[in-house]
Design a protein around this ligand. Structure first.
Ligand code: ATP
Ligand code: MG
Length: 625
């Protein structure tokens, strides 16, 4: 059965079409990942589906009586407790309960009771609590008001509300942005068990590879549905692009051939008629469509001036708030070529350290020394909240750079992060999530800082933009302090790891793999310390082991799948490499074709790398278990 049917949909925003004659069918139980570039119109499409926005043409039809729930990209607030906020999401239950208080009509009371039973109103609080705890809120936290939580945690509450409803159609807009690894895994599992249909906007490869069973690609104002996960989608797209390229070349060759015939004989009277008919045939040949290459996203950071080392140092410094020390006795030094990733669980003080280094927090004790003329760029997710909704990227950049800069300079700094002329003057309130993220990057690098502090920089960025950020960081000649939950980014962009925890900051001697092992060992040690000594419980242990084995089955399955996939990709990559190393290839094929294949080769290697990383991670988990 189809839950949602979108036909011939056209949506224009400020005169610009985002969708034109787009179609999408969502069947019951289907989990679809909606992907597309930043600003392609994904959030806009969700708004049209929920009815917050009127499409210009076409139809969006929801199955009769289907229930729908929706999480926007931005967070809720307010004084209500988490639990009550989630419960209130079921508006039917809320209004029935309210009516129960006010009505005296016996027949209506009976009706209300019947309906309350039908919608399982009794078990609602416990169901809400389960979802909240899955998303990382313990029992005490569930009773605290929403406003006490930071933006990231408030997003989890919005997500909990939507999941709690267990609708027929669930709409999620980048749900993993504010989740940590544990909560992301919980959500992937929840989605797999969820019987309804889901349309999930995401730039998160893990989610797109494990949480969905189809990919809807919003591109060139159309939506194309690909069965399978993201890997499969990339494979099909690559093949298709290669085919289209081949077809275009065939048509071009035919066209050139006919044209030369026409040119040669047009002048000769005897051949004029033939030339004429060729000319007609030529007109009938399909127009060559240049392969519609997604334009490549590139970011670039302004070149910083060189400073004498160290650019920053801390001696016996304590950092914290209101006299309470969060991090103590810090002896740290940062040089301009340092690439440091901060590790440690949420709440350990990573952001406190970031603020201290950025000069947004003064040490409570000890000293901090900054090189004269040191400029620091500080990127933090929550800064989107500080943007003036009525301003534009251009007005923010102008204000930030002061009267030092011309409008052209401001625009070119924005353009470094893909904010084009039109985006530069779009109101902040209208910008997409990824566009706001790009604006923050443009703002924090505007003064060519020698040190960049990036706190979760990839949230909201589309997959290409994430790669662009990695490349820009590689080219950047300044120090980088990185906080991210994306292991891929740490591996690519950092070469030093600092462990923040237990009130200290320590250099972590090893790479990310060593860190994973360290975490697993720590968890094991903690478990052992918690186990009551002397009490033997053989039965439970056996049960526990069986359960643990069962829990590992999906991991094992995934490992096998990855291995097969990697082998296949490697074979393909080897084949291409062999072809490319053959000099004959280069004489026989046009440069464009070769470039294409080289690109594909690169893509394959990249994909293999991603899989390898996941494979290692899974092995680690299996070993630890
Ligand atoms: N009132 C407006 N005036 C001009 N442009 C607008 C307006 N409202 C939205 N836009 C533009 O419409 C585009 C689509 O925005 P949308 O939020 O749907 O993108 P998205 O695909 O969800 O992107 P992201 O991946 O970054 O979240 C963006 O480029 C945005 O700047
Ligand atoms: Mg969006």
């Amino acid at each position: 059965m189809t839950v949602l049917a979108i036909r011939d949909l056209t949506i224009r925003i400020a005169g610009r079409p985002l969708l034109e004659g787009a179609d999408l069918m969502v069947d019951t139980g289907r989990k679809i990942g909606l992907v597309g570039r930043n600003g392609a119109g994904k959030s806009t499409l969700l708004r049209a589906i929920t009815g917050q926005l009127q499409p210009d043409a076409g139809e969006i039809r929801l199955a009769t009586r289907a229930r729908m729930s929706h999480v926007a990209q931005e967070a809720p607030g307010g004084p209500t407790s988490l639990l009550d906020t989630v419960l209130a999401a079921d508006t039917e239950r809320a209004s029935l309960l309210a009516e129960l208080e006010s009505t005296e009509d016996g027949a209506r009371l009976a009706e209300i009771h019947e309906r309350l039973i039908a919608i399982r109103a009794d078990s609602a609080p416990s169901r809400a609590a389960t979802v909240l705890s899955g998303l990382g809120f313990d029992a005490a936290a569930q009773l605290r008001p929403v406003s006490e939580f930071s933006g990231g945690w408030r997003m989890r509450v919005a997500l909990a509300s939507a999941l709690f409803l267990e609708p027929d159609l669930l709409l999620l807009d980048e749900p993993t942005n504010h989740l940590d690894l544990e909560a992301t895994l919980w959500l992937e599992g929840w989605l797999a068990r969820f019987p309804g249909a889901a349309l999930v906007v995401s730039h998160d490869r893990g989610m797109l590879e494990r949480g969905v069973d189809a990919i809807a690609h919003l591109d060139q104002r159309k939506i194309t549905l690909y069965p399978g996960n993201y890997d499969n989608f990339v494979r099909i797209r690559t093949e298709r692009a290669a085919q289209q390229q081949a077809m275009n070349e065939k048509i071009a060759a035919q066209r050139a051939h006919m044209q030369s015939f026409v040119d040669r004989f047009r002048a000769k009277a005897t051949k004029a008629r033939q030339a004429q008919s060729r000319l007609k045939a030529l007109e009938k040949l399909p127009q060559i469509e240049a392969v519609v290459e997604d334009h490549v996203t590139r970011f670039s950071f302004p070149e910083p001036a060189e400073l004498a080392p160290p650019i920053l140092s801390l001696a016996k410094a304590d950092a914290g708030y209101d006299g309470r020390t969060v991090l103590g006795n810090l002896d740290l030094r940062i040089d301009q070529e340092d690439r440091i990733a901060l590790l440690g669980a949420n709440g350990n003080g990573k952001s406190t350290l970031a603020k201290l280094l950025a000069g947004r927090l003064e040490p409570m004790r000890g000293s901090i020394h900054r090189a004269p003329r040191l400029k620091v760029g500080y990127f933090a997710q929550h800064q989107t909240d500080e943007l003036d909704l009525n301003g534009t990227p251009l007005s923010h950049m102008q204000e930030a750079l002061g009267n030092k800069a011309t409008e052209t300079q401001c625009r070119s700094q924005l353009a470094r992060f893909g904010l084009d002329e039109e985006r530069a003057t779009t109101k902040i309130s209208s910008l997409s999530g990824g566009e706001k993220g790009r604006l923050l990057l443009a703002l924090c690098t505007r003064e060519a800082p020698q040190m960049l502090i990036l706190d979760e920089p990839t949230n909201h960025l589309d997959i290409d933009a994430r790669e662009a950020l990695v490349r820009a960081l590689a080219d950047y000649n300044g120090a980088v302090i990185l906080i991210t939950h994306d292991p891929h980014l740490v591996e690519l962009a950092a070469d030093k790891l600092w462990l923040v925890g237990d009130g200290k900051v320590a250099n972590f001697d090893g790479d990310l793999d060593d860190y994973r092992t360290y975490l697993a060992e720590r968890a094991r040690a903690a478990r052992q310390a918690n186990a009551t000594p002397g009490k033997e419980r053989p039965r439970d242990e056996r049960k526990e082991r069986a359960e643990a084995r069962a829990a590992l089955a999906p991991l094992r399955e995934r490992v096998t799948k990855i291995e097969a996939e990697m082998a296949k990709m490697q074979r393909e990559a080897d084949l291409i490499a062999k072809k490319l190393s053959d000099p004959e290839t280069h004489t026989r094929f046009p440069a464009a074709e070769i470039a294409k294949v080289t690109q594909k080769h690169g893509l394959l290697l990249k994909q293999i790398g991603v899989l390898e990383e996941e494979w290692l991670e899974l092995q680690e988990k299996l070993e630890a278990a």
